[in-house]
Design a binder for this molecule. Structure first.
Ligand SMILES: [Ca+2]
Ligand SMILES: [Ca+2]
Ligand SMILES: [Ca+2]
Ligand SMILES: [Ca+2]
Length: 355
């Protein structure tokens, strides 16, 4: 599959295969995984969700004590709520069909143990098998009533499952949309729900993705900002400054031709550039498209290409080891593995990466 990424000419058609989707899903998963390991994820979406909020998992919301006074106190440390409003889940001895019409007529003050209800609104009714119904309603309380004191009091009422302040979040709830000029053509992003992921992370310069392929156009206008550079190496002095076994490997390595230029040898070798763009075309530079992890780095490793040497297991394994030894956290290998499936040298390379 040779597709053009040259001159920002990504087209919608270039993302067609299920195989590529799988690759991308793997990429974003691993990006998030690595991000979580490396540094605390920063919430970059337009809604400010506190990074230190660690809510308890709610197993069954229609059960007694599904959330507690303590849970709500914890949530209130991070989110605002409407004063004087309370949401109550209460079990009533009547079928769901009767609830909506009778909701306003119910003696809520009595039903809720003398609670000073001044207004009520039904949110939903969940019918139980027994013909009883759990009703979740929004209630306005008399002005002086303390919402949290009320929640604590209601915990001891048998018919109340739980109650909650009426919390709200501030900000624009729409998911993140990059400003890249051809973003709208990239239908895979909403398909993969990347916009949701971008509310949590857009990638990180700390996450280096090694793209082992037929080379990467490192000066590309939509890639150059995201090309990994080997900071331990001094360019052009003919010395292996970082002593990693590769002389002047400032921007990766061409294992196929055994030199320090991982750019494609011929313009028709554009698959690696295409893949690198899917991974990490620079996001929000008002140029071209956006990668899945558009702020992460690409380590360009050329390991095959037109006019190169035989594509041996040793060459593949060596490139894998380079990626792992030089800081890549993710290894992208978008090629046909079948020929190496049971090759011990290839497996050694793959195992080395995993270890
Ligand atoms: Ca070196
Ligand atoms: Ca050097
Ligand atoms: Ca090259
Ligand atoms: Ca871009």
């Amino acid at each position: 599959m040779k597709k053009s990424f040259r001159g920002n000419h990504f087209t919608a058609q270039t993302f067609g295969t299920a195989k590529m989707m799988f690759l991308l899903l793997s990429l974003i998963f691993f990006s998030l995984h690595i991000q979580a390991q490396d540094d605390k994820p920063t919430r970059t979406g337009k809604i400010n969700i506190p990074a230190d909020y660690q809510p308890r998992e709610i197993a069954d919301i229609f059960s007694k004590g599904a959330v507690t006074y303590a849970d709500m106190q914890d949530r209130a440390k991070h989110f605002k709520y409407i004063p004087g409003e309370i949401v109550i889940a209460v079990e009533l001895d009547m079928p769901k069909t009767s609830i909506r019409s009778k909701f306003k007529e119910l003696l809520w003050q009595q039903e809720l143990g003398g609670l000073p209800v001044t207004a009520e609104k039904m949110i939903l009714a969940h019918e139980l098998h027994s013909g009883r119904t759990i009703v979740v309603g929004l209630f306005r309380l008399a002005a002086v009533t303390d919402v949290f004191q009320t929640i604590k009091t209601l915990e001891s009422r048998q018919n109340v499952l739980w109650s909650s302040p009426n919390f709200y979040v501030e900000g624009d709830p729409r998911d993140y949309t990059p400003n890249d000029t051809r973003y709208a053509e990239q239908y895979h992003h909403p398909l993969m729900k990347n916009n949701l992921a971008w509310d949590i992370t857009k990638g990180s310069a700390n996450v280096v993705v090694a793209v082992t392929d037929d080379g990467v156009e490192t000066p590309h206008a939509d890639l150059s900002a995201n090309i990994w550079t080997n900071t331990g190496e001094i360019a052009g002095d003919g010395i292996d400054n970082d002593n990693n076994g590769y002389i002047d490997d400032v921007k990766g390595w061409d294992f196929d031709n055994n030199n320090n230029n991982p750019d494609p040898n011929v313009t028709s070798d554009n698959h690696g550039t295409h893949v690198a763009g899917i991974v990490a075309a620079r996001m929000d530079n008002e140029t071209g498209v956006s990668g899945v992890a558009g702020l992460s780095k690409v380590m360009a490793l050329q390991f095959y290409g037109s006019g190169g040497s035989a594509w041996t297991a040793a060459l593949v394994a060596e490139s894998f080891a380079y990626a792992a030894d030089n800081g890549a956290k993710i290894l992208n290998t978008s090629y046909n593995i079948d020929g190496f499936a049971a090759d011990p040298v290839f497996i050694a390379g793959a195992q080395y990466v995993l270890n």
